[in-house]
Design a protein around this ligand. Structure first.
Ligand code: AMP
Length: 191
């Protein structure tokens, strides 16, 4: 199973991605988590990425694409993966297509979590209190939502044109959203 999960910041992608990935026994690969681990570890990649992350901007495509290419080449991703937070730009879609094509596989479905914008800001502010993430201040949250709308939302159309989009209402309790996701994905054939 090769899945993508999309939705604005705060849509609950990370939480749902883990449950879905476990269900299909594939790794959940979160580019945000990989960047954060690199920031914590003080690696050159982390130092580069942090500048963009703290401002709510996207890390440059080339940096992100190279990171994903090496991650999905690892053995645990051979049978499939769920990408959380990638692709986020058209250039990343093109790169991912090439990576997946090269292995003779294809993307099976693109899960899109839909949420109410104001509810999302509230969720993120709450998360900021709990996790203390540097990119969860209100200004940065607004910027991240703007960047999402400009750069990433258009990708839904791209995948819809390929009949890959599975849209799920992301509002409500985590367990309810999870159930909706499983019902929606039940009908997706696995490659
Ligand atoms: P996330 O945890 O998915 O919200 O990602 C946190 C931050 O990491 C984003 O605001 C970006 O700065 C960076 N990031 C994560 N994924 C990508 C990506 N696919 N392209 C560019 N930047 C990314």
């Amino acid at each position: 199973m090769r899945l993508l999960i999309m939705g604005p910041p705060g849509a609950g992608k990370g939480t749902q991605a883990k449950a879905v990935a476990d269900h299909f026994s594939v790794p959940a690969i979160s580019t945000g988590d990989i960047f954060r681990a690199n920031v914590s570890g003080g690696t050159p990649l982390g130092i580069e990425a942090k500048k963009y992350m703290d401002a709510g901007e996207y890390v440059p495509d080339e940096v992100t694409n190279n990171m994903v290419r090496s991650r999905i080449a690892e053995s645990d991703a051979e049978k499939g993966f769920l990408l959380d937070g990638y692709p986020r730009t058209l250039a990343q879609v093109t790169e991912l297509d090439a990576m997946v094509d090269a292995t003779g596989h294809r993307i099976d479905a693109v899960l899109v979590l839909t949420v109410d914008q104001e509810a999302v800001v509230e969720r993120l502010l709450k998360r900021a209190e709990i996790d203390g993430r540097a990119d969860d201040t209100e200004d940065v949250i607004r910027r991240r939502l703007e960047v999402y709308a400009e750069e990433t939302e258009p990708l839904i159309e791209v995948y819809a044109a390929r009949n890959l989009v599975v849209e799920v209402d992301g509002m409500g309790e985590i367990a309810d959203v999870q159930q909706r996701i499983f019902e929606a994905l039940d009908v997706v054939p696995q490659s």
